[in-house]
Ligand binder design. Structure first.
Ligand code: MEV
Length: 301
């Protein structure tokens, strides 16, 4: 009998990259994700497409982390998330596989275990991940996250409800980048400029904790300003591109209260904040007319 599992997509509102070094970050689950269907099999197998090998490796890591010795075949991956666009597709896939395996083998795994198991696969995909992506893929919603250096079980995970709903337009730059490489590049830059980098970490941390307060109080103007500041830091550490910057500036000109790249950068997506659905949908239409993939998500309550 086949079993299915689901993992949420996510977008990082504040603190990507710096979160790898232990500073606070804020992310929200999207209203979409990835569903995986799998069944027991003679050998581990991914679906027969370009991602087959990566999926098979993820399955093996997840199976072992869950203590399952029987092998599985992934029959179907239904994804509403583009790959390599900063919306957490690999983490959503890992969580979906972990949940499907738990269901298939009737393991009563609590959410924390699903999260920890998916983190093992994230290490395979991303090298030195902070754990924010798998956490969001597991829980969805809005989360303040902080990596604890010793053990992922001790990560700070504070779930909260924004004081007021808001609308994000997620605009794809149409180019892909590997998070693993972007994180490695940032590490090299940090090693060369350790003192300056630590100031950037402090600023990112400050932005995230202020943003947390502002999200709770519902002050969207302040939230937008903090997003703009956060984008400046990401430009500073070299993870933006001309294309991402152009989209950020266009979004602001379209009435966004703030805009920034989200996730690993180097390509992927920009998120732009709007106070109401009409202005968000109008901006979405503007980007679509420029042939960029864009969609609107409502965050909160
Ligand atoms: C990728 O979605 C977020 C990064 O901060 C990497 C990580 O936290 O593992 C760039």
């Amino acid at each position: 009998m086949a079993s299915t599992g689901f993992g949420w997509g996510k977008t990082i509102l504040f603190g990507e990259h710096f979160v790898v070094y232990g500073t606070e970050a804020i992310a929200v689950g999207l209203d979409r994700g990835i569903t995986v269907t799998l069944e027991r099999s003679e050998q581990d197998e991914g679906p027969s497409d370009e991602h087959a090998d990566a999926v098979k490796q993820a399955v093996q890591i997840i199976r072992q982390a869950a203590g399952v010795s029987e092998q599985v075949r992934v029959l179907l991956i239904e994804s509403a998330l583009p790959v390599g666009q900063g919306t957490g597709s690999s983490a959503a896939l890992s969580v979906a596989i972990a949940r499907a395996i738990a269901k298939e083998f009737a393991l009563a795994l609590p959410e924390e275990r699903i999260n920890a198991i998916a983190y093992e696969a994230e290490k395979f995909f991303h090298g030195t991940p902070s754990g924010i992506d798998n956490t969001l893929a597991t829980y969805g919603g809005a989360i303040l996250f902080q990596k604890r250096p010793v053990h992922p079980d001790e990560n700070r995970i504070e779930r909260f409800l924004p004081g007021k709903p808001f609308w994000l337009v997620i605009i794809s730059s149409g180019t892909r980048a590997a998070t693993r490489e972007m994180v490695a590049e940032v590490r090299l830059r940090r090693d060369r400029q350790e003192e300056v980098f630590s100031q950037f970490c402090a600023a990112s941390s400050r932005i995230s904790s202020q943003a947390h307060q502002v999200l709770l109080s519902g002050d969207l103007d302040a939230l937008g300003e903090l997003m703009n500041l956060n984008h400046g830091l990401l430009v500073g550490i070299g993870v933006s591109t001309v294309r991402l910057d152009t989209i950020v500036h266009t979004a602001r000109a379209q009435g966004a209260l703030g805009a920034k790249l989200t996730g690993g950068g180097g390509g992927g997506c920009v998120i732009a904040l709007f106070p109401d659905q009409d202005s968000a949908v109008a901006a979405q239409g503007h980007f679509q007319a420029e042939l960029l993939a864009a969609y609107t998500v409502r965050i909160g309550s």
